[in-house]
Design a protein around this ligand. Structure first.
Ligand code: NAD
Ligand code: UGA
Length: 474
C-alpha cells in the first residue's frame, strides 16, 4: 500500500498538534500540515512557546517544523491539496437546545465537513479523529455528498485517539493500539489499509486494529466510560474506607494484583477531571436515552453522579474538619490542573472544590506550576451559578478582581498564613516540599487535605499537621 503524499489535520488542539507531530516525525516522506481557524493558536504552534504544555512535545515539533510539519490558517488550500484529512476539532457538550448538557455539540464538525466539501476534488480519505457520537460518519457522509461537486469521492474512517494529556508523546510513540474503523466495501478496505500503512511506519502491525465504523466510534466512548468507571468505583469505596477504617490504597493495590483487573486507574482521588471523561459519558448516556435504553443510560450516569459526590464530599470534609467554617480563613490550594504534567484546566476538580470553599467564605491562595493566573480566575468566575452569587456577578460585569482569590507563584507563598492546604493536583514538586517549613508558616492547627493521596501522611502527622487523605484512616 503506497503512503499518502500529503496529510492535513483540521484542528490544532491537544490532539491535532501532538498527533500530527508524531506522524511527521515517523513519516519524513509525508508532508503534514495542521490547520486551525484560530490565528493565535497557529502563531503559537509556529513560535518557541507552543500553545500546550506536554513533556517531549517541543523536541518533536522543533525536529520536524518547517521540514515536513507545518501549521497554517489557510484551511481551504491545505484541505484541497491533501490526500488524507484528519478532523480533530472540539466536540464539547451542547449548552443549549435539544440535548443541552448531555449530547455532543457537532457544530465544529459540521462546519469542518462543509469546508471540506466546498474545496475538495478527486478522491480523499476523511478521518474522524475527534471523539464523536456513534453514527457521526453517516451524518458526515450526508454533508459531504450533498454539498460537494460530483468530481469529489471519499471514504470516511473512524480513528479515535486514546492519548492522555501529560503523557501524549509517549502514548503516541508506543500506543497500546491504533483503532481504524471503515466501511466493509472495497474502497473502505483500501482506505483503512492506506491509513494503517501510515501508522505502521512506527507502530507494530499487530497493534493496528481494524473494525467497522460504528464499533470504532463506540469504542472511544466506551473506553473513556470504563476508565472513568474504575475511578468512580474506587472513589465510592474511598467513602466506605473512611467510614470503616480500611485504607483505599491498600484495597486498590490488592484488587489490582488480580491480573484479570490490572493495577491502573484504581487511584481514588478528589474526582476525575479533564475535557473528555465527563463529556464522553454524558454523550454515551444521551445516546442510550435516545435509543430507549433507560437502564443502560442510568448505569453510566452513576459514574458522573459518584464523581460529583466525591468533589462535594471533599469540600464538606474540609469545612467540617476546620470547625465547620472556613469563612475568612485563608486556604492554600496546591495544584489547579486536572492532572500533573499538563496546564489544562478543563473540568478540573479544582474548579468545584474552589467554588465550594469560596461559597463558604474562604479566601483562596492558589498555586499551580503550569496554569497561569488569568486562566485560574476565568475558570473560577461563577458563571454557572451566578444567580446564587449576585456580588460575584456584579464584580465580573464591572471587571473587579475577586478579592477572595490570590494566585501565588510558589507553593510556599500559597501556604503562608493559611489555616489549611488542599492538594488538588499530584505535581511531583508537592512531594518534594519541605513540610517542616510549611508547618512553620501556617496558622495552627495546620490542616492538610490530600486530594491525591500524594504525601506521606504519617510523616506529616509527626510534624504536627492534622491530615485528611482520600479513603485513608483518620
Ligand atoms: P481543542 O479544543 O484543544 O482543539 C480543537 C481545535 O479545533 C481548536 O483549536 C479550534 O480552534 C479548532 N477548530 C474548531 N473548528 C474548526 C474548523 N471548522 N476549522 C479549523 N479549526 C477548527 O480540542 P482537543 O482537546 O484537541 O480535542 C479534539 C477532539 O479530540 C475532541 O473530540 C476530544 O474529545 C478528542 N480527544 C481529546 C483528547 C485530549 O486529551 N484532549 C484525547 C483524545 C480525544
Ligand atoms: C483520558 C484517557 O485516559 C485517554 O485514553 C483519552 O484519550 C482521553 O481521556 C480523552 O479522550 O480525552 P486524560 O483525561 O488526558 O485521558 O487523562 P487521564 O490520565 O485519563 O486522567 C483523567 C482524570 O482522572 C484526571 O483528573 C486524573 O487525575 C484522574 N484519575 C486518573 C484518577 O483520579 N485516578 C486514576 O487512577 C487515574
Amino acid at each position: 500500500m503506497s503512503l499518502p503524499g500529503k496529510i492535513v489535520c483540521i484542528g490544532a488542539g491537544y490532539v491535532g498538534g501532538p498527533t500530527m507531530a508524531m506522524i511527521a516525525k515517523n513519516c519524513p516522506m509525508i508532508q503534514v500540515t495542521v490547520v486551525d481557524i484560530s490565528q493565535p493558536r497557529i502563531d503559537a504552534w509556529n513560535s518557541d512557546d507552543l500553545p500546550i504544555y506536554e513533556p517531549g512535545l517541543d523536541e518533536v515539533v522543533k525536529a520536524c517544523r518547517g521540514k515536513n510539519l507545518f501549521f497554517s490558517t489557510d484551511v481551504d488550500t491545505c484541505v484541497a491539496e491533501a490526500d488524507i484529512i484528519f478532523v480533530s476539532v472540539n466536540t464539547p457538550t451542547k449548552t443549549k437546545g435539544i440535548g443541552a448538557g448531555m449530547a455532543a455539540d457537532l457544530t465544529y464538525w459540521e462546519s469542518a465537513a462543509r469546508g471540506i466539501a466546498r474545496v475538495s476534488k478527486g478522491y480523499k480519505i476523511i478521518v474522524e479523529k475527534s471523539t464523536v457520537p456513534v453514527k457521526t460518519a453517516e451524518a458526515v457522509e450526508k454533508v459531504l455528498t450533498s454539498c460537494a461537486d460530483s468530481f469529489f469521492t471519499f471514504d470516511v474512517l473512524s480513528n479515535p485517539e486514546f492519548l492522555a494529556e501529560g503523557t501524549a508523546i509517549s502514548d503516541l510513540a508506543k500506543p497500546d493500539r491504533v483503532l481504524i474503523g471503515g466501511k466493509e466495501s472495497d474502497s473502505g478496505r483500501k482506505a483503512v489499509a492506506c491509513l494503517a500503512s501510515v501508522y505502521q511506519q512506527w507502530v507494530p502491525k499487530e497493534n493496528v486494529v481494524c473494525s467497522n465504523l460504528w464499533s470504532a466510534e463506540l469504542t472511544k466512548l466506551a473506553a473513556n466510560a470504563v476508565l472513568a468507571q474504575r475511578i468512580s468505583s474506587m472513589n465510592s469505596l474511598s467513602a466506605l474506607c473512611e467510614a470503616t477504617g480500611a485504607d483505599v490504597q491498600q484495597v486498590g493495590y490488592a484488587i489490582g494484583m488480580d491480573t484479570r483487573i490490572g493495577s491502573k486507574f484504581l487511584n481514588a482521588s478528589v474526582g476525575f477531571g479533564g475535557s473528555c471523561f465527563q463529556k464522553d459519558i454524558l454523550n454515551l448516556v444521551y445516546i442510550c436515552d435516545s435509543m430507549g435504553l433507560k437502564e443502560v443510560a442510568e448505569y453510566w450516569r452513576q459514574v458522573i453522579v459518584m464523581n460529583d459526590y466525591q468533589k462535594t464530599r471533599f469540600v464538606h470534609r474540609m469545612i467540617s474538619t476546620m470547625f465547620n467554617t472556613v469563612s475568612n480563613k485563608k486556604i492554600g490550594i496546591l495544584g489547579f490542573a486536572f492532572k500533573k504534567d499538563t496546564g489544562d484546566t478543563r473540568e478540573t476538580p479544582a474548579i468545584d472544590v474552589c467554588r465550594g470553599l469560596l461559597t463558604d467564605g474562604a479566601k483562596l491562595d492558589i498555586y499551580d506550576p503550569k496554569v497561569k493566573e488569568d486562566l485560574i480566575r476565568s475558570e473560577l468566575q461563577l458563571g454557572k451559578f451566578e444567580w446564587d452569587h449576585p456580588q460575584a456577578y456584579a464584580n465580573r460585569v464591572a471587571g473587579i478582581k475577586d478579592e477572595s482569590i490570590n494566585v501565588s507563584s510558589s507553593a510556599m507563598d500559597a501556604a503562608r498564613d493559611s489555616h489549611g492546604i488542599a492538594i488538588l493536583t499530584e505535581w511531583d514538586e508537592f512531594k518534594a516540599l519541605d513540610y517542616e517549613e510549611v508547618f512553620k508558616v501556617m496558622v495552627k492547627p495546620a490542616f492538610i487535605f490530600d486530594g491525591r493521596n500524594l504525601l506521606d501522611h504519617n510523616a506529616l502527622r509527626k510534624i504536627g499537621f492534622v491530615v485528611y487523605g482520600i479513603g485513608k484512616p483518620l
